[in-house]
Design a protein around this ligand. Structure first.
Ligand SMILES: NC(=O)c1ccc[n+]([C@@H]2O[C@H](COP(=O)([O-])OP(=O)(O)OC[C@H]3O[C@@H](n4cnc5c(N)ncnc54)[C@H](O)[C@@H]3O)[C@@H](O)[C@H]2O)c1
Length: 315
């Protein structure tokens, strides 16, 4: 069932402290504009300093956009540099004492020249394909680090209070919104490293969703956008549209992220967004399990989850 965006989402964004990487342009840049205009306080990290500073300056100079009291701080961040991600969070904590929402946008597409038949020869194996490792570091490892830093700053300091609040289903204002993709839901032949990266983000969502609300009072949701009109997909946008396939605008994705930021009960969603419409694929995945896995396996899997609990027994 399509998720409807309530009219009051932007009103509720006012005053929120939002930390994000990859916010100099693209979907992240659009979210910065929307949330700033709504009156949020944004801490934006990106390694494109020129674009990031230009975006921040243009917002500050725009009287209409500034009317709701928003603020924006841009910092140079290379997400593969742990300390620079940490410094972005520290800036937000120093200024506001807390963080409401954290969104790790920064990522890049497939490193080309490794799995194409012309490139993948026995001779090519003599050179370690370090660009693959670097891309996984950017798309996966930096996101895991980002989430760990975010949880430390966003957590309810008392674990017992956190558990009581979660058991009572109390509203949870703080959340992480992960950025997966259509490529996190199914197969994408030809982009194996990107496909792997975005499936990894789904692993993070599924690991965190039952865990972080109870342990830390922090919700976690994920976006799974289909093709979205940014420079990342410049090379295919024309053909995509010509084939009659629905294209998202960055605003479409940003509004679902803001919905997850302000809906204090929403947790564990993976929102597939196509042509501006969004649906939670995790709901369907869980509900239809007996159909594609069989009832016996589903029942046994449910029992393993009860046995595993919150994973305290694993360590
Ligand atoms: N555009 C799409 O069709 C689409 C679809 C699904 C998911 N996504 C995901 O959405 C997110 C945003 O993508 P986008 O389309 O806005 O791309 P984009 O290229 O427009 O923006 C990505 C931003 O990340 C920054 N960045 C890259 N490497 C960085 C690093 N090491 N440190 C700091 N910043 C870095 C870039 O400078 C850029 O500003 C990505 O996670 C992407 O995988 C995009």
């Amino acid at each position: 069932m399509d998720i409807q965006i309530p009219d009051d989402v932007l009103t509720k964004v006012k005053g929120k402290v939002i930390v994000l990487t990859g916010g100099a342009q693209g979907i992240g840049g659009t979210l910065v504009k929307m949330a700033y205009t709504a009156g949020a306080h944004l801490f934006v990290g990106d390694w494109d300093v020129e674009k990031g500073e230009a975006l921040a300056a243009s917002l500050r100079a725009d009287k209409d956009a500034s009317a709701n009291g928003g603020s924006v701080t841009f910092q140079r961040v290379d997400v593969t540099d742990y300390k620079s991600q940490l410094a972005l969070f520290e800036a937000a904590i120093t200024a506001h004492g807390h963080i409401d929402t954290a969104v790790p946008f920064a990522a890049a597409g497939e490193p080309r020249g490794f799995f194409e038949p012309d490139a993948l020869t026995v001779e090519s194996l003599q050179t370690e394909p370090t660009a693959i490792r670097d891309r996984l570091e950017l798309n996966v490892l930096s996101v895991v680090y980002f989430c760990r830093i975010a949880l430390a700053y966003m957590r309810n300091p008392d674990p017992e209070d956190a558990q009581r609040a979660a058991d009572a289903k109390a509203p949870m204002p703080r959340s992480i919104v992960l950025i997966s993709s259509l490529a996190g839901i199914g197969e994408n032949p030809g982009v194996p490293v990107y496909n792997t990266s975005k499936h990894a983000i789904m692993g993070l969502l599924r690991s965190f969703a039952p865990y972080t609300p109870v342990r830390y009072n922090v919700r976690v949701n994920a976006m799974c956008p289909s093709a979205t009109n940014t420079r990342m997909i410049d090379s295919i946008t024309g053909a995509w549209v010509a084939a009659g396939l629905p294209l998202n605008e960055p605003e479409h994705v940003a509004q679902f992220i803001l919905l997850c930021a302000v809906d204090e009960q929403r947790n564990g969603n993976a929102i597939y967004i196509s042509g501006g419409k969004g649906v939670d694929v995790e709901e369907g995945y869980l509900q239809t399990m007996p159909q594609w896995m069989g009832q016996q396996h589903t029942t046994e899997l449910a029992a393993t989850r009860v046995f595993s609990g919150l994973g305290d027994g694993w360590v």
